[in-house]
Design a protein around this ligand. Structure first.
Ligand code: SF4
Length: 362
């Protein structure tokens, strides 16, 4: 029997790739469709659960192949229904994935926030992930596996078999997606595959803190996804302090890349702006932001900071948040104030971290 490390990974394979796999192993082509269904519709990681395959074929597949859907080790549930899953990868490293309920207009639909790296090499000053260091990139199938593993866990916890429970994907979890470019893009195509997980590109968002090389590459892909830029400051002096990558790609260079991206894709871009009290929420900051963003016709998403112990940043009070919001509105920006989700379980923006123990609540 081959060693575990020699097994062929089936997670992430398209139907035609599965067909090639079964035929190479002396099996009829139609078995591929059965495998495909078990992997992408039933989120099954064990060949022995594939009850419509003959027993000998289950054993054969188990000997030569594997389906590495990450296991949910622990979860925390927020008062607002947001869930944070801690998932274990094959090498025992852990990533966090967040399931966010939609607003009341779409009950029983969830947005999934997925990770692309274990930890993060960028080290943003306000972010728990960035402070916990970088371990490695995720493979494309580990990124896809978070979707399947989360969906299966959610269906189990909610006792709801709805195949469309997860309607949106945001690449906003641990890591900088565009620093793991190839795996991110490959995972995106698999998540989007209409024959498989089938999440429309317009329901997928990739978030970057300003990796210009990746933005330029992304502009050349023929994709309809939303690009979100974590801006968080409207001057290089403040941004250098918050996001070390700004020293490599200062604001002028970043905004030029965004402008080119918009011209190439004809897609609107969203700017994320975390409000940190006494750091980036003055009238001067608002004026600078309006000057930078208005020509790009972009959306601005304001996010009141979610506190992380020991990092020294403070969330502005509601009055200051509304004041900043109004300054941007009056300046003619298309601005939304993000509804806070999951802050009580450290699942909100910037709070994900590789923790050793997470208490299960349900
Ligand atoms: S905010 Fe994003 S890019 Fe910055 S350290 Fe955190 S995970 Fe990395």
């Amino acid at each position: 029997m081959p060693m575990e490390t020699e097994k062929i990974e089936l997670l992430g394979k398209s139907l035609s790739e599965l067909e090639a796999f079964v035929v190479e192993n002396g099996q009829p082509k139609y078995r591929a469709r059965q495998l495909f269904k078990w992997i992408y519709y039933k989120e099954t990681a064990s060949f022995y659960e594939m009850t419509d395959l003959p027993k000998e074929q289950r054993s054969l597949f188990d000997e030569i192949a594997k389906i590495s859907i990450p296991r949910v080790l622990k979860q925390r549930v927020s008062r607002d229904g947001t869930r944070k899953f801690s998932m274990e990868l094959e090498d025992k490293k852990k990533v966090e994935t967040v399931v966010i309920p939609h607003n009341s207009d779409k009950p029983n639909k969830y947005t999934l926030c997925i990770s692309t790296q274990v930890g993060c090499p960028i080290g943003c000053a306000f972010c728990a992930t960035g402070q916990s260091g970088f371990q490695r990139n995720l493979t494309f199938y580990e990124i896809v596996g978070q979707v399947l593993g989360s969906k299966k866990e959610l269906q189990k916890r909610l006792k709801n078999d709805d195949d469309d429970l997860i309607s949106n994907i945001v690449y906003m979890g641990m890591g900088e997606p565009l620093l793991n470019y190839d795996a991110t893009i490959k995972s995106l195509y698999i998540i989007n595959d209409p024959k498989g997980i089938n999440i429309g590109q317009r329901h997928i968002t990739i978030s970057t803190c300003g990796e210009v090389k990746g933005i330029n590459q992304l502009a050349k892909e023929d994709l309809q996804v939303t690009l979100a830029i974590s801006l968080h400051a409207a001057s290089d002096a403040v941004r250098d302090r918050l996001i070390p990558l700004n020293r490599k790609y200062p604001l002028a260079e970043l905004l030029k890349a965004v402008e080119n991206y918009i011209a190439a894709t004809n897609r609107r871009v969203t700017f994320e702006y975390i409000l940190l009290d006494e750091v980036n929420n003055s009238y001067h900051d608002a004026s600078n932001l309006i000057k930078l963003v208005k020509p790009l016709m972009a959306n601005i998403n304001l996010i009141p900071y979610n506190s992380v112990n020991g990092l020294g940043f403070i969330q502005p009070g509601k009055d200051k948040v509304m004041q900043f919001y109004n300054w941007l509105l009056q300046g003619g920006l298309n601005v939304t104030l993000r509804e806070e989700k999951g802050a009580d379980i450290e699942a909100a923006c910037g709070q994900l971290v590789m923790k050793k123990s997470i208490r299960s609540k349900q």
